[in-house]
Design a protein around this ligand. Sequence first.
Ligand SMILES: Nc1ncnc2c1ncn2[C@@H]1O[C@H](COP(=O)(O)OP(=O)(O)OP(=O)(O)O)[C@@H](O)[C@H]1O
Length: 286
Amino acid sequence: MNQAGPYRMNNISVIWTGDPAATGENSQDEIVLNKISLELNQGEWLVLVGRNGSGKSTLAKAVAGLIPVTGGTVEPGWTSGERMRMVLQNPDTQLIGETVYEDICFGLENIAADPEKMPDIARHVLSLVGMKNRMHDMCEQLSGGQKQLTAVAGALAVGASVLLLDEVTSMLDASSRQAVTEALHHLHRRGTTVVWITQWMDELALADRVIALDQAEIVFEGTAQDFFYSQDNGSGFTPCEKLGYQPPYSVQVMRELQKLEPRMLDFRPVSLEEWMEVMKEHGPQS
Ligand SMILES: Nc1ncnc2c1ncn2[C@@H]1O[C@H](COP(=O)(O)OP(=O)(O)OP(=O)(O)O)[C@@H](O)[C@H]1O
């Protein structure tokens, strides 16, 4: 096996088994992931998107090895020997320690780290997420965003190089959302591989690659630009529209412009940086 190759899932399924004691539809087995094939490359930012119940969390848990899969094969590739950690949606349910430091140490104790090294490790990982001044704060007094960053720091402390972030900004206010996103962006630039689950279309701007799930299957794989702009020849809908999402404002504006100005069809901006490129060519001074 090529250890340097991508992490690969080939045709894996996850089936929740119905309770034999239950009656009616609750007793049915449910196929939550249906023959999914997926690759994860080292250092990429992969976004998983899809409606409630489409299987995003289950897929992330399967990648992290937290739940068993049925059928198919998994090739660890470059992830062999690497640690993967999930961070979940609710900031109030994932911290165990009374203080930020204690929380980081809890994870370190679980991997039998040298107690003398713990303060340095904690300081280092907290500085990576912009929390070094919060080391001895009580967890219950942190904001939602600071709790999420503490959870991320805890994952880094145990050496995780792959972070699976399951709607981690969905319960945060705008400024905490930005703080968490920027911290993750910083970690990604330093080499952390990110699997980012979201239902916020704006967050697709960060993606190297987007995978959309619907009813247990992958229904789209490609760039954010393709997700928002490529139109199916038959239906005329984009993958985003087919899933029932409204594209971000940046995309809505460009699509309206494209109706007025066909030359704008050459541009498919999603992020602010991509819009700046458009403005360089077609802005007021051009
Ligand atoms: N432990 C479980 N036991 C039984 N069924 C489960 C379990 N976890 C998830 N499911 C079911 O699997 C399906 C997919 O759930 P999953 O949480 O993966 O979806 P999701 O796309 O992450 O949804 P959301 O956006 O609401 O978090 C749902 O129908 C859910 O009810």
